[in-house]
Design a binder for this molecule. Structure first.
Ligand SMILES: Cc1cc2nc3c(=O)[nH]c(=O)nc-3n(C[C@H](O)[C@H](O)[C@H](O)COP(=O)(O)OP(=O)(O)OC[C@H]3O[C@@H](n4cnc5c(N)ncnc54)[C@H](O)[C@@H]3O)c2cc1C
Length: 330
């Protein structure tokens, strides 16, 4: 599919449906422009599925002097440009890999934290998509507008629980069960969740081998030192990719996200979460809050030096840098 970079993800999905096609995967909201989502490494969940930028097989970038740079499949600069935060030019068009249209069956339920951890590997391996929100207290789920899954719960508890979700491709025709916790629809009608964003989020990609331990430490932190931080922790899977500064560069990962509520001083909490996650070589989601600095970059991204050299070659005057990016990529 050739698509203008400013197209919103939801509009791309609706157009693909008309042509009997689907996006391979997508995230929790579909109101972003493709360029913003892809440039930051935006992802959905699925242990074998890459982030959205990994679906890019060609792109057109406008350079600082107004010239046009077309990157086609096989161009060695394409992996650098897929996730590049606007540093290599203004993307005007993408060519995205799509697949034949499919319906997804979504099933939601609630489990105890320990039960979720026990089934974690099996659920990740046996479902195309598996994700959950860990909720320390019952009020947590209201903050993310999560439905009350008590009626399909595997646990009588409402605190220290995981709101679980699996999604799989199905031949079934669309339906929604009366309680709403099982439904089938066209792919792009299932991926987005409905919520009112009212939080400030940090999300890191943790190497999958360390993810359960990292989550346990974040949970301990929230149950002890930061009991006033009650927004759900979202836990999702993304396969490794070849993007030079992609959060998933050559690393199958679990993304762990935490959120601070507006009106409270959440910076100590986010710094403490950063201290936990950075021990595991975790990388930031470029579209969210993070504490990554220039000293961290070569350790986190093997091709960081090459990325900076390419950026300097394409934009020697630093037209596409701002203060935040200058600190990381000058
Ligand atoms: C409520 C909410 C839910 C979210 N859910 C998810 C999720 O499920 N999964 C996930 O991974 N992320 C998620 N995100 C993060 C979100 O996808 C990113 O923040 C994304 O960048 C937002 O897109 P935007 O169009 O607003 O981008 P912007 O904020 O406008 O831009 C982001 C970056 O892309 C660059 N950029 C934008 N347009 C271009 C262009 N034409 N050419 C070159 N560079 C460009 C900008 O310079 C900037 O560096 C969520 C964010 C919110 C607010």
């Amino acid at each position: 599919m050739r698509v203008k970079a400013g197209t919103r993800i939801g509009d791309a999905g609706r157009a693909l449906k008309q042509h009997g096609l689907s996006l391979i995967n997508q995230g929790d909201i579909d109101t972003q422009a493709l360029a913003g989502a892809l440039s930051t490494g935006t992802h959905g969940t699925g242990a074998t599925l890459g982030n959205m930028a990994s679906q890019v097989v060609g792109m057109r970038l406008v350079q600082p002097d107004g010239s046009v740079l077309d990157l086609a499949a096989g161009d060695t600069r394409l992996p650098a440009a897929r996730v590049s935060l606007g540093l290599l030019g203004v993307v005007s068009e993408y060519t995205l890999q799509t697949m034949p249209a499919y319906n997804l069956k979504e099933v939601l339920w609630r489990d105890d934290f320990d039960a979720c951890m026990e089934r974690h590997d099996e659920l990740a391996a046996s479902n195309r998509h598996f994700a959950f929100f860990w909720c320390p207290v019952p009020e947590s789920r209201h903050l993310y507008c999560l439905a009350d899954t008590s009626s399909v719960s595997n646990t009588p508890r409402e605190h220290d629980v995981c709101e679980m979700k699996v999604m799989n491709i199905t031949e079934d025709a669309p339906y929604t069960r009366a309680d709403g916790f099982e439904k089938v629809a066209y792919s792009s009608e299932i991926y987005p969740i409905e919520y009112v964003p009212n939080f400030h989020e940090l999300e890191y990609a943790v190497p999958v081998a360390h993810a359960k331990q990292a989550l346990r430490e974040v949970r301990d932190l929230m149950l002890t030192r930061h009991r006033n931080c009650i927004y759900p922790v979202e836990y999702r899977f993304t396969a490794g990719d070849s993007g030079w500064i992609s959060p998933f560069f050559e690393q199958d990962s679990v993304t762990i996200s935490v959120s601070g509520g507006p009106g409270i001083d959440y910076w100590d909490y986010l710094r403490d979460v950063d201290s936990i996650l950075r021990q595991y070589g975790s990388r930031p989601h470029w579209g969210k809050l993070h504490f990554t600095n220039a000293d961290d970059m070569p350790r986190l991204f093997r091709r960081y030096g090459e990325f900076v050299a390419l950026r300097r070659a394409l934009d020697p005057a630093g037209v596409f840098l701002n203060d935040h990016l200058r600190n990381l990529f000058a």
